[in-house]
Ligand binder design. Structure first.
Ligand code: NDP
Length: 286
């Protein structure tokens, strides 16, 4: 008998989170402020940043995009971050990736003050997460994935999670987060041998590799939960890293692209900005 997976509505979940957050922001004496820095004219990045700004403004936050031209030097970018670090009105700072090749992203990320690092990519927050310290500002995409998994499955203890992708923004922080929630975690990447054999062992399969529709039904254990992080444009249409129509016959739960992890990532980024705002207010009061 063919199973048909329940499709997880990330858009609706994200809307719910944002509505609850908007209510909390109404009662704030001033507006949480997110500063987004974009270097260059990558059209996809511009769309992502405008979406983040639109979402932040719609919830009563303040959000500016600092749009720098693509030849901006690393020094100039770092100077701007220092300025925003010192500005008490700014609660969160996000630098849109990828940066032009002449700028080292590690130098940039480590410049952001850790209390304003709402992406959670900096070494301080990544380290806290690694140590299972709840003060960590957790990267938005892994945080959104955890939210979905806990909402749908409850306790994750003992589940075998297989992650495809080991990037600093998805795979690695997600592995720490799931380990902290007592999953057994396997991380795979482009050099992994016989990947389908490993993915077939997963109770939860999370795919973040940027390869359109790579994961097929045969890669998935019957009844597994499949989370598709990939965002790819093929012939002008968006698709994920999972062959959705094929895999939904095998999985019990699946996230679509678009409408799955994307909206959850924005909701979690805004939640991080609100948390950063509260932390900074409380610090001033002390
Ligand atoms: P990266 O390119 O930084 O990392 C990709 C990872 O996938 C690498 O670890 C790479 O391995 C691995 N990989 C690549 N090809 C294969 C393969 N054939 N088999 C197994 N592993 C492979 O990408 P990101 O982590 O930044 O993003 C991944 C995807 O998620 C992209 O499509 C991106 O657009 C999307 N994304 C979506 C977000 C959302 O909000 N929905 C947020 C962030 C990303 P190796 O390390 O060996 O090179």
């Amino acid at each position: 008998m063919n199973l048909t997976a329940k499709i997880i509505d990330g858009k609706a979940m994200a809307l719910d989170i944002r509505q609850k957050l908007a209510e909390k922001i109404t009662s704030c004496c001033d507006k949480p402020y997110l500063a987004v820095i974009l270097v260059g004219d990558d059209p996809a990045s511009l769309v992502y940043d405008r979406n983040k700004q639109k979402a932040a403004l719609s919830m009563g936050m303040k959000c500016d995009i600092y749009h720098l031209e693509k030849h901006t030097s690393e020094d100039e970018l770092i100077k701007l971050i220092h300025k925003l670090n010192l500005d008490d009105h700014v609660n969160g700072i996000l630098v849109q990736m990828p940066l032009p090749n002449h700028i080292n992203p590690l130098h940039v990320i480590e410049t952001i003050a850790h209390e304003k690092d709402v992406d959670g990519f900096g070494p301080y927050n990544a380290g806290l997460l690694h140590e299972n310290d709840t003060r960590a500002m957790v990267a938005a995409t892994p945080k959104g994935i955890l939210y979905i998994l806990e909402k749908e499955l409850g306790n994750l203890t003992g589940k075998h999670a297989v992650i495809i992708g080991r990037s600093n923004i998805v795979g690695r922080p997600l592995a720490s987060l799931l380990l902290n929630h007592n999953c057994t975690v396997t991380i795979t990447h482009s050099k992994t041998v016989n990947l389908p054999k490993i993915t077939r062992q997963a109770d939860i399969l999370i795919v973040a590799c940027g390869c359109p529709k790579m994961v097929k039904k045969e890669w998935v254990k019957k009844g597994a939960v499949v989370i598709d992080v990939g965002i790819n444009r093929v012939d002008g249409k968006l698709c994920g890293d999972v062959d959705f129509d094929d895999v939904k016959k095998q999985a019990s739960l699946i996230t679509p692209v678009p409408g799955g992890i994307g909206p959850m990532t924005i909701a979690m980024l805004l939640e991080n900005t609100y948390t950063a705002y509260l932390n900074q207010k409380n610090k001033i009061k002390k």
